[in-house]
Design a protein around this ligand. Structure first.
Ligand code: UT7
Length: 329
């Protein structure tokens, strides 16, 4: 084992074809385009087809990332899928993804920490590379939240979408990983959860009738927590990297609500052009939202060699995290 630096060698993404607009929700729920846009910033989300599982989205994003390199799946030493919507309670979705990509006998595991999944995964994956355990790690944030969303609940139905983003972490002489700040508070899991189907409560007929297989959220509570933790985690990550707010070129936040992002950006004194937001197109895609935004920004040529980025997320747990990253082209 030898210590090294890490960089992101390639990024890919996938979003399912079907698009659900605010106008579509106006037909089925007591809501309006105006309410959704002003309260969340969302206009569209992509929904997986009935036959598409999370691994299908993850595989497509991973293939996109690989297609931007000369690598094959066999060149990847470890696969991590961050998801709150795995194909099955077990086995891990990452095992299915790695094999479908053509990787043979490679380590593969999931990280389940809801919307903070990509930030935790970036910390774990980067650490594996920096410690010299693996030369290349494929980290994929992938979700099919539409499958666990109650389409009759206007408080959550309009929020969530499906998608996947994949990054290839690779050993490098220069080190992109500047710092990480992770946290959790499990005192009130009910603030944001799927309450049944685990070892606490079975998915029995009564629970299913009551719609408890779907995401339940105390929106207002989560909103307050989200703003505070995005700011705090970013502050601490910057401090750990010996940087100040003014040193930041880009903030790439979890896309849960435009107002949460704007409130955090205001405190962090980040002008709009430095805050990457694609919530309008995808809604909240949980662990996929940050790599989706990163992938789009790279394709648009917005991120340049040497840029300093903070990736910051929060979600169920409750959980949160920020990673400070120096972009190496
Ligand atoms: O990924 C991580 C987790 N998710 C989040 O971070 C989400 C955090 N929370 C939020 O983004 C916001 O709390 C929501 C978008 C979920 C809700 O926005 P809000 O401004 O906090 O609204 P609210 O829950 O305080 O509700 C205000 C009103 C209520 O009506 P009354 O009680 O004032 O009559 C709701 O019933 O808005 C109503 N409402 C809606 N009205 C139209 C809630 N959802 C809708 C809707 N359309 N879709």
């Amino acid at each position: 084992m030898s210590a090294t630096g890490v960089k992101i060698a390639a990024v890919g993404r996938y979003a399912p074809e079907r698009i659900v607009t605010n106008a579509d929700f106006e037909k089925t729920l007591e809501t309006s385009d105006e309410w959704i846009v002003t309260r969340t910033g969302m206009k569209r989300r992509h929904y997986a087809a009935p036959e598409q599982a999370t691994s299908d989205l993850a595989i497509a994003a991973a293939r996109d990332a690989l297609s931007r390199t000369n690598l094959t799946a066999q060149d990847i030493d470890c696969f991590i899928v961050a998801t709150a919507t795995p194909d099955y309670p077990f086995p891990a979705t990452a095992c299915i993804v790695a094999s479908a990509l053509g990787a043979i006998d490679k380590p593969a595991f999931d990280i389940e920490i809801a919307c903070s999944g990509f930030i935790y995964g970036l910390t774990v994956g980067s650490s594996l590379v920096r410690a010299g355990v693996y030369r290349r790690v494929m980290l994929i944030g992938a979700e099919t939240l539409s499958k666990i969303t109650n389409q009759k609940d206007r408080g959550t139905a309009i929020l969530f979408g499906d998608g996947a983003g994949a990054v290839i972490l690779e050993a490098s002489e220069t080190d992109s990983f500047l710092s990480s700040e992770l946290g959790s508070d499990g005192m009130k899991p009910e603030l944001l959860q799927v309450a049944i189907g685990g070892s606490r409560r079975a998915a029995d007929a009564a629970a299913l009738d009551a719609g408890e297989q779907f995401i339940r959220m105390e929106g207002r509570e989560v909103f307050k927590f989200a703003v505070t933790k995005m700011i705090d985690a970013t502050d601490v990550a910057l401090r750990k990297a010996n940087l100040e707010k003014g040193d930041l070129d880009f903030l790439i936040p979890h896309q849960a609500n435009r107002r949460i992002i704007d409130a955090a950006a205001k405190y962090l004194e980040m002008p709009p052009e430095k805050v990457l937001v694609n919530i309008e197109e995808y809604g909240n895609t949980s662990a996929a939202s940050i790599p989706l935004a990163l992938s789009e920004a790279l394709d648009a040529g917005r991120i340049k060699d040497g840029d300093t980025i903070v990736f910051v997320g929060f979600g169920g747990g409750l959980s949160w995290g920020a990673v400070c990253w120096k972009w190496v082209a």
